[in-house]
Design a protein around this ligand. Structure first.
Ligand code: PBG
Length: 332
């Protein structure tokens, strides 16, 4: 593309900004309800909606409540919901066996939602951290996060989720080789149509802080995740990871966090043209929400602006805790 400009007054950019009609005609990107994926936190029990202190407005929901929430989301036209379980510390072990228990909270939630609201796509989290007594996404031995042993566990976890009816698996662990292993196992087990959205370019970010509270992993986590999640200083490496995951059989790819990494989203979309998503993570949500609650910014406006920016950066969709609120505004 080679934009052409005439000098003023032949070209006055303000001519096309003069009225709402002209601004609508020249708008380059749009945000719609169909772009939203809603991450939700689930917990055991009945009739429970438990606030998360570091994420005002977000609750951990028991299964009955999350089914109602999925019905509400589908009613608003939100295409997908993504499940994150809060696991009781008593179920966390070093081998993370609960991760592939067919009756764990996440798998029960998949079945309950698919039974009640089959039209909404259910996305999962494939990583061991909610089930790991040391809070890491992988199996730890002698202080080392083991790659290949973790991939074996992730494959078992993926199969249990696919068996429960998940539409999209979301490996967020950043181990090497997991997409190929998962894809092979899904094909072999007859789950040919289960999609994989790979958290391909996931950075070792401090913006995940509130999420770790929400899933009860903050207390457990020993050390940091820098040996498997990416260095925030890197950009070319993101492209290599995306290419690797696409070649191994990822259907969709994700950049995470979102707003501080829009340059990565743009490069990924321009380079591969694959279905590209960004995760507006917990810390981003809490910053915007916290500032709005203090009256420092207009909450609705910064929410909608932040979501539009993902579209401008080339994303096909956004995982955001704002999904129902944004959907309501988009529907007027
Ligand atoms: C864990 C996982 C994390 C998030 C999604 N899956 C946290 C982490 O890697 O520590 C973060 C989401 C958010 O912050 O909203 N596998």
């Amino acid at each position: 593309m080679r934009p052409i400009s005439a000098p003023c007054p032949a070209l006055r950019f303000r001519r096309l900004r003069r009225t709402a009609a002209l601004r609508a005609l020249t708008q380059e990107n749009t945000l719609s309800v169909g772009d939203l994926i809603w991450p939700v936190f689930i917990r055991d029990g009945h009739g429970m909606e438990e606030p998360i202190a570091s994420m005002p407005g977000v609750n951990r929901m028991s299964l009955d409540k999350v089914v109602k929430a999925a019905e509400m989301a589908a009613g608003l036209g939100i295409p997908a919901i993504c499940l994150f379980p809060y696991t009781d510390p008593s179920k966390k072990t070093e081998a993370c066996e609960e991760a592939w228990n067919p009756d764990n909270l996440a798998n029960r939630a998949i079945r309950a939602i698919k039974a009640a609201v089959p039209e909404i796509a259910v996305m999962t989290d494939v990583a061991l951290d909610p089930y790991n007594s040391n809070g890491h996404d992988g199996i730890v031995r002698d202080g080392i996060i083991l790659n290949d042993e973790t991939v074996e566990a992730l494959v078992k976890m993926s199969l249990a989720q696919a068996e429960s009816g998940a539409d999209i698996l979301g490996p967020s662990d950043m181990m090497d080789g997991r997409i190929g292993a998962m894809r092979g196992a899904l094909e072999a087990a007859g789950h040919k149509d289960v999609a994989i959205m790979s958290y391909s370019a996931k950075y070792a970010s401090a913006f995940y802080g509130p999420f770790r509270d929400a899933v009860g992993a903050s207390g457990a986590l020993k050390g940091d995740k820098k040996t498997y999640q990416m260095n925030p200083a890197n950009s070319d490496e993101a492209l290599r990871l995306i290419e690797r995951d696409l070649r191994e059989g990822a259907d969709m790819v994700m950049v995470k966090p979102g707003m501080p990494y829009l340059d990565i989203c743009r490069r990924v979309k321009d380079t591969f043209g694959a279905p590209t998503y960004a995760y507006q993570v917990s810390g981003e949500y809490s910053m915007l929400r916290g500032a709005a609650l203090n009256g420092w910014v207009d909450g609705e406006k910064v929410m909608m602006e932040s979501l539009m920016c993902f579209k401008r950066a080339g994303c096909d969709g956004i995982l955001t805790y704002f999904a129902p609120e944004a959907a309501r505004l988009l529907r007027g």
